[in-house]
Design a protein around this ligand. Structure first.
Ligand code: MN
Length: 292
């Protein structure tokens, strides 16, 4: 058994995106700061409608997946294919943009709290031009597992393995296994509580603390991950975390790395410059998300 240690802290920085939505970006805040295959993680959290009301009007994506996880508030998603979905507290939208989606993500509230995350997950080169697909996952379909030391885990993707008691998340790639085999867990621990589980060796993993802080690793190897930072873990086959004095809520993400070149231009993530130029031309000419 090899417990993963904290090897890099990627702090989150305030930024804005869409038509001026205020958010905090950790992964993706600087060029090349990724945890392959995870490209970007944004946290949005505000009680002030001025910070979110403008939303994310019509914009394209190609070459990867976007995963939206709402904690509070209500967003509506609409795309150029006529798909529409409402996201409320605890809901997840797993969108495989692949060859192309043009969509909007707009708040459906003019007051109150808006809080959640958007994660960008890369696709392998051979899947970047497959047709777009969705999985809309209502909160009620996401298992919530109580922990023996208090707290709980919501299992969005992959499996939670507590001493061999396995809980599978609902994300299934529309029936096909997702090549990067992602795990997406939302963990809440009371002050001082410990949490550990296996994660496949060879998968890249990181933790994002969105309430409180935690130490990662065990014994002399334990290191503090501060509030609102992404902590990249070493390779190993186990993750171990202990909540700080105020308790902690964190996202735990793990997936199989792609080890392919990443060329990003805004909302397009491909392998080569030529493919990016093609994406820009396809978007300009109205061919981004049409059939091949
Ligand atoms: Mn989008």
């Amino acid at each position: 058994m090899k417990i993963r240690t904290l090897v890099q802290v990627i702090e989150s920085h305030p930024t804005s995106d869409g038509a001026g939505v205020k958010l905090r970006r950790s992964l993706g805040s600087q060029r090349g700061v990724h945890v392959d295959p995870f490209l970007m993680l944004d946290e949005f959290y505000s009680d002030n409608p001025d910070d979110y009301i403008a939303g994310f009007p019509s914009h394209p994506h190609r070459g990867f997946e976007t995963v939206t996880y709402m904690l509070d508030g209500h967003m509506r998603h609409e795309d150029h294919l006529g798909n529409r979905g409402d996201l409320g507290p605890g809901d997840v939208q797993w969108m495989t943009a692949a060859r192309g989606i043009i969509h909007s993500e707009m708040p459906q509230q003019s007051e109150g709290r808006m809080r959640g995350f958007q994660l960008w997950l890369n696709l392998p080169s051979r899947e970047k031009m497959k047709p777009a697909a969705y999985q809309d996952i209502p909160a009620a379909q996401i298992p919530v597992v109580k922990l023996s030391q208090g707290g709980e885990v919501r299992v969005i993707a992959g499996a939670l393995d507590l001493g061999g008691a396995i809980t599978q998340g609902p994300v299934n790639g529309n029936g096909a296994r997702i090549t990067t085999d992602p795990s997406y867990l939302d963990v809440r621990l009371p002050a001082g509580a410990e949490f550990g589980m296996p994660i496949a060796a060879g998968h890249n993993a990181f933790v994002y603390t969105y309430e409180g802080s935690a130490t990662l690793g065990a014994g002399a190897e334990a290191k503090l991950l501060p509030h609102r930072a992404a902590g990249v873990l070493s390779d190993g086959d186990q993750v171990h975390a202990q909540a700080g004095p105020g308790g902690v809520r964190f996202l735990l993400l793990a997936a199989k790395p792609l080890r392919e070149p990443v060329v990003q231009y805004g909302p397009f993530v491909m392998n080569t410059r030529e493919e990016i130029e093609q994406a820009v031309a396809d978007y300009r000419d109205g061919r981004l998300g049409s059939a091949a």
